[in-house]
Design a protein around this ligand. Structure first.
Ligand code: NAP
Length: 257
């Protein structure tokens, strides 16, 4: 049995992180690398991953960049193949890539609905399925971590497809946790609160909304991408081997309010 500090180590592990070019995905990839993992980063273009690659490599970890639009659903499985080709194994999957499209529900277009659902939910299912098949076929244990949202619990406004996709992420986390537990595959979610990234730029530019949100956060500040490092390393490591089907809110207390 490992000591508790060692049980958080990711030395020798390989982690796929989607949406790695900036924001929460970039910070989580760096956090996982700080804990010892090599990183397979996914976003639409490899060029946008330069900063992430440099940060990971400066920690002495290896980095494989993959440029893939996750809306190409029939290509999503190739991420697992590429990771195994490069590193010989893959242990951790962080389903982080996500988009938001804002419009009143009565005006919400079918195109926006489909794109949000494809990136935020359907690609997550297909990539998780492919990853789980790889682990089962090779009799390996593994960790799947999905990025949920406050809108996995609340309705939000002008966010129809986003809210539905993030509610779906919790359902997917739970059903996969149930089915995959017998294979020693843990499936959990992190629900970030209101974080300073491109995803919330429109909200932060609206001074009234920014301050309304700020005043409701018990910790009195918006979250930073680095705030997710602790939760993601915990859920990716042996320290969480008996945790599955759970959601960790990293929200400065928002949900308790
Ligand atoms: P962000 O700064 O906008 O970053 C989104 C990431 O996803 C980028 O790396 C982007 O890469 C990638 N991505 C977007 N569309 C893609 C596609 N079709 N194919 C491949 N990659 C794609 O957003 P973020 O705030 O870090 O959000 C990350 C996750 O956290 C999302 O699931 C979001 O819903 C969730 N979240 C965010 C907050 C928040 O307050 N920020 C709160 C709760 C949950 P490219 O554009 O370079 O391809």
């Amino acid at each position: 049995m490992l000591g508790v500090v060692e049980s958080f180590s990711l030395k020798g592990k390989v982690a796929i992180v989607t949406g790695v070019s900036r924001g929460l995905g970039q910070a989580m990839a760096i956090g996982l690398a700080e804990a010892g993992a090599d990183i397979v980063g996914v976003s639409r273009s490899i060029e946008q991953q330069e900063q992430t690659r440099k940060s990971v490599e400066s920690l002495g970890r290896k980095y494989l960049g993959i440029g893939l639009d996750l809306r190409k659903l029939d290509e999503v499985g190739t991420i697992v193949d590429a990771a195994v080709r490069k590193f010989g194994t893959v242990d951790i999957l962080i389903n982080n890539a996500g988009i938001i499209r804002r419009a009143p529900a009565v005006e919400y277009s079918e195109k926006d609905w489909d794109e949000v659902m494809d990136v935020n939910l359907k690609s997550v299912f297909l990539l998780s399925q492919r990853f789980a098949r790889y682990l089962i076929e090779n009799q390996k244990k593994g960790k799947i971590i999905n990025i949920a949202s406050m809108l996995s619990f609340q309705g939000g406004i002008y966010t129809t497809a986003y809210t539905v996709s993030k509610h779906g992420i919790l359902g997917l986390t739970r059903v996969l946790a149930n089915e995959l537990a017998r294979y020693n595959i843990n499936v959990n979610a992190i629900a970030p609160g209101y974080m300073v990234t491109d995803n919330t730029e429109a909200l932060r530019k609206d001074e009234k909304r920014y301050n309304e949100i700020l005043s409701r956060i018990p910790m009195g500040r918006w979250g930073l991408p680095e705030d997710l490092k602790g939760a993601v390393v915990f859920l990716a490591s042996e320290a969480s081997d008996y945790v599955t089907g759970s959601v960790i809110a990293v929200d400065g207390g928002w949900l308790s309010r």
